[in-house]
Design a binder for this molecule. Structure first.
Ligand code: FBP
Length: 547
C-alpha cells in the first residue's frame, strides 16, 4: 500500500480510551430493560435476549487469566469513517485478553459469512489500517442476514474457525439482523455470541444509550468544510445561488448538523416539511421568498442545503411515488413507448390528483421517478436530483413574480451533491477515539459472555477518560414496523426531533442567517493541534447534551 504523508503520520496516533477500559474490567449491571414499544411482541420473538440489563464496565484491580478466543468481524452497509478503528480496538482488546486470540474478517459484508469468504486479520494488516478511513480492510456489503439457512451456513464456518463471537458493525437494519442472529444462536444453544456496533454517517441510529453512530462526526465535518468553502466563494463573487444536496437517506441529521456548522441562507429539514404538511410548492415558495428578499437588498447569491430524503417527506410526493410504484409494477405498455409518449401515458393513467403533480415536475425529475428503480421496483429516491428540481422550480416561481412586478433580481444557479466524499474520510479525532473505544468495548462484552448487546460508549462530550463504556441489549431499541407488507421487529430509526435542542437552535437563528449573511467557514478537519480545533464533537451532540 502506498501511503500519503498524512497516513504515515496519522498511523502513530494512539486513540484515547475511557479510563474504565485501561485495565481489567468488571461488569456493573443496571435495571432490566424493555423494548421502546410493542413489548409483548418483541419479548415473544426474542425470549432468550429480551429484558437483559444495560451494563457498564468499571476498572478493577488485578489481572484476570483469560483463555485465547477467536472472533469474527463483519462490516455491513454504507461506509462510515472509523470502521477500521472499531476493528483495531477489537483486535487490541482480544489480544490484551490473551495474546493468542485471533480475529477473522468476513469479506465484503454479511455475504462473506454465508459464503465462507474470510481472512485472518494479523497485527501487520491491522497496523496498516489504524486511523484510516474506508472499509477496505475487508470490504462491506448490503446482503441481509435474515434467513435460517444463512444462519446455519454461517455457523459452519464459525465452527470451522473456532469462532466464539461475531461482531457486526452496521446501521439499524444490520444491528436488527445481528439481534435476530444472536437470538437464533442462543435458542439453539450453539455457544456463539453476537455483538453489534453502531455505524452510519446518517446519524439515525441513536437513542438514550447510543449517543451517536460513528462516522456522523467526520462526514459532517467534511461536508461542512466544503459548504464553508462554497459560501466564501459565493460571498466573494456574489453571483450564484448554490443548491447543495446532502446524503443521509431519510433523516435530516446531516443537513441540520451542517447548517449548525456553516449557517447557510436556507436549510430544509424534511421532518419539519412533513410535520407542517408542506407541498412541493410550499417548499419552493419558502426558498423563493428568501431569494427575493435578498435580491431586494442587492444580494443575488446564497446557499441552500437540501437533505437527500426530502422528496419522501412531502406528503403529496409520497402519494405520487406510491401510486407510480404500484402502477408501473403492473403495467406492460409503459416500457414499449418512446420518452414523450411515456410522460403522457403516465399522466392519463394515474389518479387526477397525482397526475397534476406529476405534470408540474420538470421533465428530468418526472423521468427519474418512472425510470430509475431498484430491484424491488421502487423509485431510487437518492438518485433524484432534488437540488436541480428545487432550483428549477424556484427559478420558475421567480419569473412569475418578475412578471407581476414583485421581483427584480438575478438568479444564477450551481448544483452540488455531497455524499460519497465524506464516507471514507480519515476519521476525526472524535471518530478515531469513539470507534476504537467501541471496538475495545466489544471485546469486553465478548469476554464477559454477553450476546445480543450493542457496544455503547457514552458521555462523549466529556474528555475521553470520562467516557462510559458498556453494552445495551439490542432488543431495548426495537419496535414492530411494517416491512414488505409484514410486521417485523426492527430497531427504531431516530429522525430529527422538532422539539430537540439542535432543531430549536437552528429554527431560532434561520431568519437571521437567511437575510443577514452569517456564514461560518469551519475549514478542514484538523488531526494535530489545539484541542478546541481537533477534538470538537458535533453541534448536534453538544446541544443534545445541553452544552
Ligand atoms: P448505511 O445506512 O448503510 O450506513 O448507508 C448510509 C448511506 O450513505 C446513505 O446516506 C445513502 O443514502 C446510502 O448509504 C447510499 O447507498 P449506496 O452506498 O448503496 O449508494
Amino acid at each position: 500500500m502506498i501511503k500519503s504523508a498524512l497516513q504515515i503520520a496519522r498511523a502513530a496516533y494512539q486513540p484515547k480510551l475511557p479510563k474504565a477500559l485501561k485495565g481489567s474490567v468488571k461488569v456493573v449491571e443496571g435495571e432490566k430493560t424493555q423494548s421502546v414499544a410493542d413489548q409483548k411482541e418483541i419479548e415473544g420473538l426474542f425470549p432468550n435476549t429480551y429484558g437483559m440489563p444495560v451494563i457498564k464496565f468499571e476498572k478493577t484491580d488485578g489481572a484476570v487469566d483469560f483463555p485465547a478466543i477467536n472472533v469474527g468481524v463483519i462490516l455491513s452497509g454504507g461506509q462510515a469513517p472509523g470502521g477500521h478503528n472499531v476493528i483495531s480496538g477489537l483486535f487490541d482488546g482480544i489480544k490484551k485478553l490473551n495474546a493468542d486470540s485471533k480475529l477473522y474478517g468476513f469479506i465484503l459484508g454479511p455475504g462473506g459469512l454465508v459464503d465462507h469468504n474470510y481472512k485472518e486479520l494479523t497485527a501487520e494488516i491491522i497496523d496498516d489500517y489504524r486511523n484510516t478511513g474506508g472499509f477496505d480492510i475487508i470490504g462491506s456489503g448490503r446482503t441481509k442476514l435474515e434467513k435460517v439457512d444463512q444462519f446455519e451456513k454461517g455457523l459452519e464456518i464459525i465452527k470451522k474457525l473456532g469462532i466464539k463471537a461475531l461482531v457486526m458493525i452496521g446501521g439499524d437494519d444490520s444491528n436488527t439482523n445481528a439481534c435476530v442472529l444472536a437470538e437464533y444462536y442462543a435458542a439453539k444453544d450453539y455457544g456463539v455470541q453476537v455483538i453489534g456496533c453502531p455505524k452510519t454517517i446518517d446519524g439515525d441510529l441513536k437513542n438514550s444509550m447510543i449517543e451517536t453512530s460513528f462516522g456522523f462526526d467526520t462526514a459532517c465535518k467534511v461536508y461542512s468544510e466544503v459548504i464553508g468553502n462554497i459560501q466564501r466563494d459565493c460571498k466573494s463573487a456574489q453571483k450564484y445561488w448554490h443548491f447543495i444536496k446532502l446524503m443521509g437517506r431519510s433523516a435530516s441529521h446531516i443537513a441540520l448538523e451542517c447548517a449548525l456548522q456553516t449557517q447557510p441562507n436556507v436549510c430544509i429539514v424534511s421532518e419539519e416539511v412533513e410535520k407542517k404538511n408542506m407541498s412541493l410548492d410550499d417548499v419552493v415558495v419558502y426558498i423563493a421568498e428568501i431569494v427575493a428578499k435578498r435580491a431586494a437588498n442587492g444580494d443575488n447569491y446564497g446557499t441552500v442545503l437540501i437533505p437527500e430524503g426530502l422528496i419522501e417527506f412531502i406528503p403529496a410526493m409520497k402519494n405520487l411515488i406510491a401510486e407510480l410504484n404500484d402502477f408501473l409494477a403492473h403495467d406492460d405498455k409503459f416500457a414499449t413507448l418512446d420518452k414523450d409518449a411515456q410522460r403522457d401515458y403516465v399522466i392519463k393513467n394515474i389518479s387526477k390528483e397525482n397526475a397534476k403533480i406529476y405534470a408540474s415536475l420538470p421533465q428530468g425529475v418526472a423521468r427519474q421517478l418512472t425510470l430509475d428503480r431498484d430491484p424491488h421496483g421502487n423509485v431510487q429516491v437518492s438518485l433524484i436530483e432534488t437540488e436541480k428540481l428545487l432550483s428549477e422550480m424556484v427559478a420558475n416561481k421567480l419569473e412569475e413574480w418578475r412578471a407581476e412586478g414583485k421581483y427584480n433580481g438575478k438568479f444564477s444557479r450551481q448544483h452540488h451533491f455531497f455524499g460519497y466524499e465524506g464516507r471514507c474520510a480519515a476519521p476525526s479525532n472524535y471518530d478515531a477515539d469513539y470507534c476504537y473505544s467501541l471496538g475495545y468495548t466489544a471485546s469486553a462484552l465478548i469476554a464477559n459472555g454477553k450476546t445480543g448487546y450493542m457496544s455503547s460508549v457514552r458521555n462523549t462530550t466529556a474528555p475521553a477518560a470520562e467516557w462510559i463504556a458498556g453494552g445495551v441489549p439490542i432488543t431495548m431499541m426495537m419496535n414492530m414496523e411494517r416491512r414488505h407488507g409484514e410486521m417485523k421487529p426492527v430497531i427504531q430509526k431516530a429522525l430529527v426531533e422538532l422539539d430537540g435542542a439542535p432543531f430549536k437552535k437552528f429554527a431560532a437563528s434561520r431568519e437571521d442567517w437567511a437575510i443577514n449573511t452569517q456564514y461560518i467557514y469551519p475549514g478542514p478537519i484538523q488531526y494535530f493541534g489545539p484541542t478546541e480545533v481537533c477534538d470538537q464533537p458535533t453541534q448536534t451532540l453538544l446541544l443534545e447534551q445541553g452544552k
